[in-house]
Design a protein around this ligand. Structure first.
Ligand code: MEV
Length: 291
């Protein structure tokens, strides 16, 4: 019997469809080459978090939905910006499911990751669509649609997406609050327009020239939805000025990250850094995890 187990899961970026995905529209997300590693150790006494890069009062309440009350110490390290739209909670959830399965001498397949990680995600986000932890569990790029009978998930063939991510800092409101703001506002015209645009984006995924302007339109619609901020708008316009083919906020908004679509080998991240932004090149985390 193992006394220690460890697992990694990647974070994510949403290329299109945030918020609209909650209402059954299709979204596209990609796993990124940053993520969270969870180490579990058997021990005597009550379970709990021993050390964590993530400081959040919901941490143990969330993990206790899938870990036993007794006998496990948890160590969490993460290379993701926390709570900024890059799926830090989803990566934590999936890594914990995998590590706990390993501690029991098992491997968690996608269905187990999906169902168990959802319990963790509900503590963090209330009523999430399931997109974030699906892409963390599968890796690569995928199209996701929520439906009353369960999610429709289509992993896509490798797509050459070169992105720069700009971190504008943690949002003032949580994902759950941002989703609730959108629900109260009830702007289904804009949500449907985002859904329609996502269909165009799916068709244009392999053509950066086509994709760039569609991402710009996506950002405009997210502004209409009321989830952007002056800093995100500035990050987006600076990304475009620095050479991005298109740019948008990514995730729930209210702060967090913006992404820019760039050509391979572009110096957009460097130019953003020179202007004082926290920017980096992002690669798709390609591993397709099928248990
Ligand atoms: C958050 O990463 C994405 C949202 O669409 C919420 C969700 O899908 O649950 C804003």
């Amino acid at each position: 019997m193992m006394t220690e187990a460890r697992a990694f899961a990647p974070g994510k970026l949403i290329l299109t469809g945030e918020h609209a995905v909650v209402y059954g529209h299709r979204a596209v997300a990609l796993a990124v080459n940053l993520g969270t590693t969870v180490s579990l150790q058997k021990r005597l006494g009550p379970s709990g978090i021993d050390s964590s890069d993530i400081q959040d009062a919901r941490l143990w309440p969330a993990l206790s939905t899938i870990l036993p009350e007794e006998g496990i110490g948890v160590h969490i390290t993460s290379t993701l910006p926390i709570g900024c739209g890059m799926g830090s909670s989803a990566a934590l959830a999936v890594a914990t499911v995998r590590a706990y399965a390993r501690l029991k001498g098992e491997e968690a397949d996608f269905n187990r990751c999906y169902t168990e990680a959802f319990k963790v995600e509900r503590v963090f986000h209330g009523n999430p669509s399931g997109l974030d932890h699906s892409v963390s569990a599968l890796g690569g790029v995928l199209v996701y649609r929520r439906s009353p009978t369960g999610p429709h998930i289509s992993p896509l063939a490798p797509v050459a997406l070169h992105l720069v991510v700009v971190d504008t800092g943690p949002p003032a409101q949580s994902t759950a609050e941002m989703v609730e703001n959108v629900r109260i506002q009830g702007n289904h015209k804009v949500l449907s327009a985002i859904g329609k645009l996502s269909e165009e984006i799916i068709k244009g995924l392999n053509s950066p020239e086509r994709l760039g302007p569609l991402l710009n339109q996506n950002h405009r619609l997210l502004c209409e939805l009321g989830v952007s901020t002056p800093t995100l708008n500035k990050a987006v316009s600076t990304l475009r000025r620095a050479g991005a083919l298109g740019a948008k906020l990514a995730g729930a908004g209210g702060g967090g990250v913006a992404i820019g679509l760039v050509r391979p080998g572009s110096r957009v991240a460097e130019r953003m850094q020179a202007e004082g932004w926290k920017a980096m090149d992002i690669e798709v985390y390609k591993e397709y995890y099928d248990g």
